[in-house]
Design a protein around this ligand. Sequence first.
Ligand code: HEC
Ligand code: HEC
Length: 388
Amino acid sequence: MSNHSDPKHSGSQDLLKVTAAAKREFPDPTEGNSQLPAGLLLVFAAIICFAGAYFGIYHGGFQGDVFNESDSTPALLSSKKAATSVVTQAPVELSLVEQGKAIYANCQPCHQASGLGIPGQFPPLVGADYVVGSEKRLIAILLKGIGGPIAVAGSTYNGAMPAWEKALSDRKIAAVASYVRATWGNAAPEISEAKVAALKKELAAKADPWTEAGLLAIPSDAKIEGVTEAAPTSGAAPAPMGGTPTSATTAATASAAPAVDLEAGKAQYLAICVACHQPTGMGLPPVFPPLVNSEYVKGNPERVVAIILNGVMGPITVDGKPYNNMMPPQGAVLTDTKISQVASFVRATFGGGAGPVTVEQVAAARQKYGSRPTGWSEAELKAFPENN
Ligand code: HEC
Ligand code: HEC
């Protein structure tokens, strides 16, 4: 065809071009409803289901400061009981630490996001005795500040840290203290607002910041007066070894004879137990049971020593959840001294402050049970008296 070159037909040709173009176009859009393609709906549904399931399984215990997917398990989806216990526990305990994370912005310029400080200028909070040790000392530092030479983690610092009692509320001090105790691998328990308030009252007359000597004069196991919530265990309080001394006598004997080295116990824990029972002592359900909230930890000290000596095997229920695994015996690896240290550490840290276990107690237990060829069963462990 030669339409293009024919000048006579050019008018009608133009018209044809326009209509042809119009035919190629889609019709003008009009208002109205049309169904989403079913395939697309299915895709969305699949994405939502996947996201829900993923979140349900890998919520990491809803802890803002920890990214550990394995803190939770697929079993949560099927086990109603486990799921509700997570839901009911989470807000109470986590909010303090989580709040503390934001408040740590006050500390970060000096102690750094890593908690490692700046060598020579700002001391580390990671693994520092003042952080993970005595809660009374830590709160005292935060309330009043500190100045002058101080040894932290083997180095000496000579700076000044401001007091926080005016800048931060009791709750915020409790939160940030709990945060630094539970972060960067630190695994010390939370500090309640009530304790901060009580210590603030006790130290009301103190105007100047602490010196190292002043801090060390606070016994490392000093209790904060005027707080009654020190026993988180409902029902029978865990009785320290050797009968049931009153709290006054426990404190007296403990400060008179600093018999067991808890720091060494912590080192044992971090070397041996941590792989299974985790830095938090919460274990890894459903494989490794928690030491927190465990009668085996805070109850009869002879029993926890027996567990460490010989291990555990077979089905056992801890904090309401069933486990069926095996813990290897540690008796051949650890001396009596080390067992007394690690047992005392887990009791003090995860056992709600249960009393220490002496080397003599470990030696006596080894005498009795050392030659056992197998780990303990739940029934055998239950046969120990609850408190000894
Ligand atoms: C202006 C800098 C600065 C800020 C902000 C600061 N600190 Fe400190 N902090 C120091 C210095 C310096 C020392 C050591 C003081 C000395 O040498 O006597 C110290 C010591 C400490 C200690 C005892 C030693 C140790 O490392 O365990 C703790 C605990 C501590 N600070 C916690 C905190 C917390 C928690 C916050 C936030 C609420 C905070 N600090 C904010 C500078 C600071
Ligand atoms: C290789 C992993 C592993 C190591 C290392 C380990 N445990 Fe265990 N522990 C377990 C398992 C698994 C159980 C439960 C055994 C069962 O299901 O019968 C358990 C049970 C326990 C129990 C009794 C149940 C409970 O949760 O209270 C205590 C107490 C305990 N371990 C303390 C310790 C201490 C202290 C250490 C370090 C000296 C330690 N364990 C090292 C895996 C381990």
